[in-house]
Design a protein around this ligand. Structure first.
Ligand SMILES: *Cc1c(COP(=O)(O)O)cnc(C)c1O
Length: 453
């Protein structure tokens, strides 16, 4: 029998709602706190930075939220995204397991980030906003927002983490092409950036610093709002279109995953593919394992601490209950720029704490090795971030073979690596160092966390 290798959905079959895991969580997430009073903050406290509709989604307990028509119109250009069975990869491994992947790189931004960028730009435009500020690590988020903002007639100012700005000039030019302004962060444009540069003029930057800069600019003007590409509940919500589609596609393939895997930066692509399957676990007693893979050099889920901490380095966000390495932690300059974030989303953090999901950490060389094997067998060059999910999937297949069983593995291929070719060059030159943070180093970083009270 010929194996099905590509499962497509028609436009008609595309889900029309996002799924909100909060409705099904046994332990609801703890509230964000005001940093000084330590009282839970209300939605109004976020009104200076986000439009009301996104704040409502941020605190919503509704199970399903309708996707607006204007957002669906842009989704339809590139969604439903394909689900593939990686038969050539399976053959190369000689595995008894089945490996499926959902490909989110086939859109203008080259990653899953477009799914929330379009929604966020739309809600801002609807509420009369003129300009958006944001941060970007590797540049995928900035690219995703650049086109979405241009489409809806919004200006965009992007603070790009300096190490990525230097490593990935192509991403900056793509953002410029879509009409956005891009500034390397830390910059002298903001008080937060100047403070970092005073301490370390050579600072490589971090997502935490870039977020502080973007927020600082946004709060100074009522027609400017800020936008975040991961971590927050509304971002995770928008990404659930991935898993909603994948559920239907797996059914069409006549299969169901034993394990669903995503790489982990702040949690949005993992949550996007995993939460609809977690719903099936919680509501229907399915037993799918949900596995995140993070870099050993930025191991917030596997070695960090669950506590209230800031989402940015200057302490402008509310305090959020999450796994963190400390908001001042500056990760090593690994090439998966999108995974260099000190914290984790509130929903994923609570679910990890409650044992509904699993986390593991991996080194970058092994992940690139997996990425190259994937490219040579399946023909798609993965984003360095996605290589962590691939490496996680390879582990699962090899483990199953050792145990003499066949598993059905599904992972999210969160993006392509066409702008990351110099990272692959470094890998081929054997010039990609492994870096692992020890528990002692993590504990030391956490002991230095300074909170206002
Ligand atoms: C941003 C990004 C990530 C990491 O962010 P999450 O919010 O954890 O998904 C992973 N892969 C790609 C391709 C990205 O652009």
């Amino acid at each position: 029998m010929k194996k099905i290798t590509k499962i497509l959905l028609s436009e008609k079959e595309m889900p029309r709602q996002w799924y909100n895991i909060v409705a099904d969580m046994p332990n609801k997430p703890m509230p964000p706190l005001h940093p000084l009073t330590r009282e839970p903050i209300g939605p109004d406290a976020l009104a200076a930075v986000f439009p009301m509709e996104l704040i409502k989604q941020e605190v919503s307990t509704e199970r399903y939220i309708d996707i607006p028509d204007e957002v669906l119109d842009l989704y339809k250009i590139y969604r439903p995204s394909p689900l593939f069975r990686a038969v050539n990869l399976e053959k190369a491994l000689g595995t008894k397991s089945k490996i499926y992947y959902k490909y989110e790189g086939g859109n203008y931004s080259g990653s899953h980030k477009a799914n929330t960028a379009i929604a966020q730009a739309y809600y801002n435009k609807k509420e009369g906003i003129k300009r958006i500020t944001t941060e970007t690590g590797a540049g995928q988020w900035g690219s995703a927002m650049s086109y979405a903002c241009h489409h809806f007639g919004l200006e965009l100012l992007v603070f790009m983490v300096k190490v990525s700005f230097d490593q990935k000039p192509g991403r900056k030019l793509l953002m410029n092409t879509y009409g956005a302004k891009v500034i390397p962060s830390p910059s002298t444009m903001t008080a937060a950036g100047r403070k970092i540069l005073e301490l370390d003029p050579e600072s490589p930057g971090s997502l935490g610093i870039a977020i502080s800069e973007a927020m600082e600019v946004a709060v100074q003007d009522p027609y400017t709002k800020y936008s975040l590409g991961s971590v927050l509940n509304h971002v995770v919500l928008h990404q659930t279109i991935i898993g909603q589609e994948a559920l239907i596609q797996m059914e069409k393939a006549g299969d169901y995953p034993d394990v669903v895997i995503g790489c982990f930066g702040g949690g949005s692509n993992f949550s996007g593919i995993a939460f609809p399957f977690l719903r099936e676990n919680l509501q229907k007693g399915k037993k799918t394992r949900l596995l995140t893979v993070e870099p050993s050099s930025c191991p917030k889920l596997t070695k960090g601490k669950f506590m209230y901490d800031f989402g940015d380095s200057a302490g402008m966000t509310p305090l959020l209950p999450m796994y963190t390495l400390g908001h001042n932690f500056i990760p090593e300059k690994i090439h998966a720029g999108g995974l260099r974030y000190h914290g984790a989303g509130v929903l994923v953090s609570q679910l990890l704490k409650d044992g509904f999901i699993e986390a593991k950490a991996k080194m970058q060389r092994e992940c690139f090795e997996g990425g190259v094997l994937f490219a040579r067998t399946e023909g798609i060059l993965p984003a360095p971030e996605s290589n962590y999910a691939i490496a996680g999937a390879l582990d699962e297949a090899r483990k199953a073979d050792l145990e003499g069983v066949s598993r059905t593995i599904l992972f999210n291929l969160s993006g392509h690596g066409h702008f990351d070719i110099s990272a692959y060059e470094k890998y081929f030159e054997n010039n990609l160092p492994d870096h692992e943070l020890t528990q002692a180093e993590v504990d030391e970083a956490i002991s230095k966390i300074e909170l206002p009270v």
